[in-house]
Design a protein around this ligand. Structure first.
Ligand code: HEC
Ligand code: HEC
Ligand code: HEC
Ligand code: HEC
Ligand code: HEC
Length: 332
């Protein structure tokens, strides 16, 4: 039997080929919201790796176009900081396609081959199947998640310039983090507390700060109101699925959790990137099972935590003990 015929019998591969085509088609189909999984078009990792793109691009081509727009607008300073590039699971699409091809070839070997060829083909097929299983698992988990997402914002707002270089506290701008569900993004009036004086930045000159005046409808020289303003459409970076309830006050005020534990070193970012994978198990529940609550919180004065700790022989009450692992705490 000729070797080439042994490994590739086209008539037998027809159906498998069709399935492969379907998978490839599926993996390239874009999804407007996007997530880290190629099963939904793999848009967000593409964004972060291209490093210059906005939220609307869903394909590599669109990403390139947006990149060109940013360059045309000449924002050479607007890049993802090198140390935050490539965060996220990476792109498994090529590995997946390769595994499927190897699997098909191995099937060919199993059907047509004899003796050692048959055995080796069997082993290769098993390995390829294992790989496909693993990638499918990783990619399915990444559906709806956006670690590494770093969209271009309408104004180049640098946390590094403001927090590290100018020592502004997070809560000066994100005033609601301690008291309400959403940390919130400051209104332009908060910016004007300083930018009514500071009209020039050392990196971007007058260009980016002028956009604050433009959006408020102010004359850049006199700062007098000359026309109606229009709000800035900041692109939201962190997005939990709609079925999840998350509350900032619960964590920042009651739980005494630092912003950076969940958002990473934002103070070092010139462009905000979703630093951690906001996953139910490895992120939310992992902390809830380990972290002790503040038992001196007056809110808990009716609970007899001391007795509970003695009974269980532990030195802290972890969040899961007060309901932090119940489905209904986090899900609607
Ligand atoms: C001078 C005001 C200011 C300060 C100070 C500030 N931020 Fe921000 N922050 C903003 C603005 C404006 C945005 C929206 C634009 C953007 O995403 O870059 C933002 C966005 C964010 C986001 C992304 C929100 C989203 O869309 O998901 C996070 C997280 C964040 N800030 C955390 C912090 C942390 C942590 C600190 C302190 C280390 C901090 N910020 C300090 C103004 C500020
Ligand atoms: C326990 C983890 C955790 C901590 C601590 C935390 N955040 Fe968040 N933050 C999140 C999650 C999760 C989201 C996404 C929420 C959503 O999509 O509903 C978010 C969203 C945001 C946003 C986007 C707007 C909003 O409110 O949804 C900003 C801004 C922000 N956080 C700033 C902060 C700042 C500033 C601090 C510290 C004062 C902080 N966060 C502390 C987990 C955390
Ligand atoms: C507490 C004061 C303060 C607040 C509030 C503030 N800024 Fe700034 N900002 C500064 C200072 C100071 C600089 C100049 C830093 C430098 O030397 O470049 C600056 C610089 C900038 C720059 C230019 C950065 C550069 O280096 O080229 C931009 C753009 C900017 N701010 C946007 C904003 C926006 C948007 C807001 C509101 C969300 C805001 N700032 C709120 C103090 C502030
Ligand atoms: C770094 C640690 C940490 C992370 C990560 C974290 N939490 Fe929490 N969470 C806490 C602490 C501490 C409390 C207890 C606050 C208190 O004392 O009431 C808490 C309380 C809660 C509660 C209230 C529980 C109850 O029944 O009283 C909910 C709901 C919650 N977290 C949701 C989330 C979700 C959703 C995520 C992931 C997106 C998350 N948390 C991630 C530390 C964390
Ligand atoms: C501490 C908060 C928290 C608790 C408790 C919690 N979940 Fe989740 N859950 C999340 C978050 C956040 C997500 C979305 C992020 C992700 O993809 O993991 C999620 C996603 C899910 C999903 C969607 C699957 C997925 O991966 O997107 C299902 C189903 C789910 N949870 C079921 C449950 C069930 C059942 C329980 C109770 C045994 C539970 N959850 C308890 C926070 C929680």
């Amino acid at each position: 039997m000729k070797k080439s015929k042994m490994f590739l019998d086209v008539s037998r591969l027809k159906h498998a080929g069709l399935i492969l085509l379907l998978f490839v088609g599926f993996s390239f189909s874009g999804n407007a919201m996007g997530s880290n999984s190629f099963l939904s078009g793999h848009t967000l990792t593409v964004f972060a790796q291209a490093g210059q793109t906005g939220a609307k691009a869903t394909t590599k081509k669109a990403v390139k176009k947006e990149e060109a727009n940013v360059t045309a607008e000449s924002r050479p300073y607007d890049k993802i900081d090198p140390q935050f590039k490539g965060i996220g699971p990476g792109n498994n699409r090529m590995k997946f396609i390769l595994s499927v091809v190897v699997l098909l070839l191995a099937f060919g070997g199993m059907i047509k081959g004899k003796g050692a060829v048959k055995k080796v083909s069997g082993i290769v097929a098993l390995l390829a199947l294992g790989m496909i299983g693993k990638i499918t698992y990783v990619e399915a988990r990444a559906l709806g998640r956006q670690q590494g997402y770093a969209p271009v914002q309408p104004i180049w707002f640098s946390h590094k310039v403001h927090v590290t270089q100018n020592k502004i506290d997070c809560e000066y701008c994100h005033v609601d983090a301690r008291t309400s569900r959403h940390a919130g993004v400051p209104s332009l009036n908060v910016c004007m507390n300083c930018h009514s004086q500071v009209k020039e930045g050392s990196v971007s000159g007058k260009k980016e700060i002028a956009k604050i005046y433009e959006h408020l409808g102010l004359d850049p020289n006199t700062l007098a109101k000359v026309k109606p303003g229009k709000p800035v459409e900041w692109v939201k970076v962190h997005n939990l699925p709609d079925h999840v309830y998350f509350n900032h006050a619960q964590h920042v005020q009651a739980g005494k959790v630092e912003c950076q534990e969940c958002h990473g070193p934002v103070e070092k970012m010139n462009r905000v990137v979703e630093f951690k994978e906001l996953a139910m198990g490895d992120f939310c529940l992992d902390c809830h099972r380990k972290r002790g609550i503040d038992t001196s919180n007056p809110y808990y004065k009716h609970y007899n935590f001391k007795k509970l700790m003695e009974e269980e022989g532990v030195d802290k009450i972890t969040v899961d003990k007060i309901g932090g692992a119940d489905c209904s705490s986090c899900h609607y």
